[in-house]
Ligand binder design. Structure first.
Ligand code: UTP
Length: 288
């Protein structure tokens, strides 16, 4: 099996749940403490051995390109002030030259369409899809396990977690089949089913390892739930020629596409930090 060396980061969504904050500012740059969501996602990919980063961007998202670029004025000013610690921090988060490419999704027609927009850059090798607004904590374990599963079996792989019966209409929900030592075989997958129609309570969260043949399915996937071209529907179509395996998220996932999820991630991660934890604990105690 080919190694998974490429990750696609769809960042072209409108982020309507965070308006007006996201009117002129990408949702994926919202910070959790002092790092943007997309930075956590990129670090997770690089830690898992990903070498090429493909961003599917859209209008109003150029700040993401700037975030991963050299900032001459800022860096020159920090150097002139002898603030080499902050300078090193900026240099550390920068990918290697040539490691990142950007493609535009001209209209936000859905996650499936965003992934399909990367088809020429992905080429003929398997790739990861990482949604920055699903922040995994700790990062790392899940993506490594998913890559191993793909490299061993050749299956497409999704990451799942249990969701409550009232939440199935917010997720892609899998129909689970037999379990192996490492994963569950998926016999069906449906986007945003109501509680009565959901085949299980296992919801897909924002990590996928995909064979490039998914692009052919996405090319013909019609609009589905929410009038968007859904990656879930492309995966459902691909079941006839490739297995789909689900790995259960071994850690915590914060839904940072929602306000409460972003707040929860911020408090949790701040509490864990040596420089902030005691103050945040004190603050929470005072607020009751
Ligand atoms: P969401 O479903 O969270 O949609 O997308 P959204 O538009 O970003 O946010 P809301 O629901 O309006 O608040 C999940 C991921 O897929 C990307 C988003 O940028 C996000 O990272 N996406 C979604 C695209 O790249 N293109 C799309 O057409 C839709």
């Amino acid at each position: 099996m080919a190694r998974v060396k490429t990750a696609v980061f769809p960042v072209a969504g409108l982020g309507t749940r965070f308006l007006p904050a996201t009117k002129a500012f990408p949702k994926e740059l919202l910070p959790v403490v002092d790092r943007p969501l997309i930075q956590y996602a990129v670090d997770e990919a690089l830690d898992a051995g990903i070498e090429s980063l493909i961003f599917v961007t859209g209008r109003g998202k150029t700040a993401i390109e700037d975030h991963f670029d050299v900032s001459y004025e800022l860096e020159a000013t920090l150097a002139a002030r002898n603030d080499f610690e902050t300078l090193a921090l900026l240099q550390d988060i920068r990918p290697q030259p040539g490691q990142v490419v950007y493609v535009r999704q001209m209209e936000p027609l859905g996650l499936g369409h965003a992934v399909w927009c990367a088809r020429n850059l992905v080429g003929s090798e398997p790739f990861a899809v990482i949604l920055a607004d699903d922040l995994l904590h700790p990062t790392g374990g899940a993506l490594n396990a998913m890559i191993d599963e793909h490299e061993t079996t050749g299956a497409n792989v999704v990451l799942v977690q249990e969701v409550s019966a009232t939440e199935t209409s917010r997720y892609g929900i899998i129909d689970p089949g037999e379990r192996s030592d490492t994963a569950t075989n998926v016999t069906g997958i449906v986007e945003k089913p109501g509680p009565g129609d959901a085949p299980s309570n296992l919801g897909v969260i924002g990590r996928y390892i995909l064979d490039p043949s998914i692009m052919d399915h996405l090319a013909t996937t019609p609009s589905g739930a929410s009038e968007e071209i859904q990656l879930t529907d492309g995966l459902a179509a691909s079941l006839k020629d490739r297995e789909l395996h689900a790995i259960t998220n071994p850690g915590v996932r914060f839904d940072c596409g929602s306000k409460i999820g972003l707040i929860e991630a911020t408090i949790t991660i701040a509490l864990e930090r040596d420089d902030l934890g005691p103050q945040v604990k004190d603050l929470l105690r005072r607020l009751g």
